[in-house]
Design a protein around this ligand. Structure first.
Ligand code: MN
Length: 291
């Protein structure tokens, strides 16, 4: 059984633009080795938004060298980027955007959700790209809930967003081996998740509570970082629990990041800044109703 190395939480919420009240659960500035290939996780909400005619969110900004993955649990997020990618994702959907060599994008609440208001909850991950793929062409994968296979577990369900679980294969195309599972457990469920030996393993609880590998109880907005050795994670849910499992093969490459760019060297960061200022990451039409 994989042992828990440590747990992590954030008690300091901040706003990303005016649309996303987030807690940064981990970042490569604090822990990089144990979470690779994942660079950062922002947990937005749960929050309640009032109806508005405005489009809350974050305006045009660049990225280079990694992927942003947005999982919507409640609410609606609209995206548009300079590489022509875009779409609206809602509850159960996932947006997997490869920034690669660079783009600028805008992230806002969907038009419908802005008008009606309501509960909002999402996760945004930054997923690192292997050195050889950092300058790949930008790509947008808008993954609908209906494309995500669901596996029945003894005591819950597991949706495979990326990677595989048993026979089920996730729809997301990735550049390195990654498992991303949306897991729901019923109160009292006690089960073992089978995971690849040697991979990074992170368990993050959105709601409910769960004891991980018989040692650490996680409540809402807490994450367990597990050792890479071993193939089983034991999960014992104290109540109905919604959790995200993140796994993958660590990249073991140097990380140098600054703001919206994450590369392997300082020289590459300067180059990214230069390229952005020279307009090489493109330009885009703003989302309707944004300021
Ligand atoms: Mn962004």
């Amino acid at each position: 059984m994989k042992k828990v190395l440590f747990t992590q939480r954030s008690d300091f919420p901040h706003w990303v633009g005016d649309g996303f009240p987030v807690r940064t659960i981990f970042s490569y500035n604090d822990i990089a080795k144990e979470t690779s290939p994942f660079l950062l996780m922002d947990y937005a909400g749960p929050a309640e938004f009032s109806p508005t005619k405005q489009r809350r969110g974050v305006g045009s900004h660049p990225h280079r060298g990694f992927e942003t993955v947005t999982i919507v649990y409640d609410g609606q997020v609209e995206h548009r980027d300079s590489a022509g990618g875009g779409g609206v994702i809602q509850s159960g959907d996932v947006q997997w955007m490869t920034a690669g060599s660079g783009l600028v994008h805008e992230e806002r609440h969907g038009k419908e959700f802005s008008q009606t208001g309501g509960p909002f909850e999402m996760i945004q991950l930054w997923v690192n790209l292997p050195k050889k793929d950092k300058m790949t062409s930008p790509r947008y994968q808008g993954i609908k809930s209906s494309q995500i296979p669901q596996v029945e577990l003894a005591g819950g369900q597991l949706r495979v967003i990326a990677g595989e679980y048993g026979e089920a294969k996730g729809p997301a195309k990735t550049f390195s081996p990654i498992n991303m599972w949306d897991v729901r457990l019923k109160a009292g469920a006690n089960l073992e998740l089978m995971v690849p030996n040697g991979h990074t393993a992170l368990v993050f609880v959105l709601s409910g509570n769960v004891v991980v590998s018989e040692s650490h109880q996680l409540i809402s907005a807490e994450m367990a970082v597990l050792e890479t050795a071993g193939e089983k994670i034991q999960l014992k849910a104290g109540e109905d629990t919604k959790l995200l499992f993140l796994g993958g093969q660590a990249l073991n490459e140097p990380i140098v990041g600054h703001g919206p760019f994450v590369m392997n060297t300082t020289a590459e960061i300067y180059q990214a800044m230069k390229d952005f200022e020279a307009g090489k990451m493109g330009d885009m039409e703003p989302i309707e109703g944004s300021d």
